[in-house]
Design a protein around this ligand. Structure first.
Ligand SMILES: [Fe+2]
Length: 226
């Protein structure tokens, strides 16, 4: 028996007296879990209002991110941060002018700068929410590159948070295979080939290797079920 419980019992309390506080802790944990889920949903709905929600894409993205994170041995707490940041990594796009976001053609330098601001905007939104500070850092750096040519900070290699490196790979894959109003998505095999070609320069090589293993497995399952 632990020393805290022993000292309580010797002070004249029964074991059943301990259940009250334990229940309250469980209630509080459940309330926190619900608050966290509600916060994610509310922010996702805000993305929806600006037609920025990727709906099932963000859920798929989070699922892939967690599977890669598990294989890399990230803790349960870290996986929770990773899930939040995978779902909300582009929340900062609400601060980018719609004309720029929806422009079908090539962006000029000023428009590119406006778009690139979204990772800092996302960080600014999430960092003020209790429990989301780690996730906010993953969002801030999700467009960094291993070779240091990314944004906003030009971080290199392992200086980039691991969660950001995971989201960077999965988000790029998802963007390549998704249809846009102005172009059709690439076949998954071609998107995988491009990820592998950029491993070590744009993307983390280990993350690419693990993600490609998962993606190929998923693709096989889809093909076999058709
Ligand atoms: Fe982004």
């Amino acid at each position: 028996m632990g020393s805290v419980a022993s000292s309580v019992l010797t002070a004249g309390m029964s074991v059943s007296d301990l259940h009250g506080p334990q229940l309250r802790v469980r209630d509080l944990e459940e309330q926190l879990r619900q608050l966290r889920t509600a916060t994610i949903c509310a922010l996702n709905q805000m993305l929806d209002l600006k037609d920025l929600s990727t709906g099932t894409h963000s859920a798929r993205l989070a699922e892939w991110a967690i599977r890669v994170g598990e294989q890399l041995g990230i803790s349960d707490l870290g996986l929770r941060d990773l899930e939040v940041s995978a779902i909300l990594h582009d929340i900062g796009k609400v601060g980018v002018p719609e004309a720029t976001l929806n422009k079908p053609g090539k962006l000029d330098a000023e428009e590119r700068k406006q778009i690139e601001k979204h990772s800092e905007y996302g960080w600014a939104v999430l960092r003020v929410i209790p429990g989301f500070s780690q996730a906010s850092l993953m969002v801030l750096h999700h467009h960094e590159r291993i070779d240091g040519k990314g944004y906003p900070s030009g971080l290199t290699g392992e200086n980039i948070p691991l969660g950001s490196r995971i989201i960077g790979v999965i988000d790029a894959f998802d963007a390549m295979v998704s249809d846009r109003s102005y172009r059709k998505g690439l076949p998954s095999e071609e998107a995988i080939r491009r990820l592998q070609a950029e491993a070590g320069t744009q993307f983390d090589s280990e993350v690419v290797k693990l993600f490609v293993g998962i993606a190929i497995w998923d693709l096989q399952e889809v093909t076999e079920s058709v």
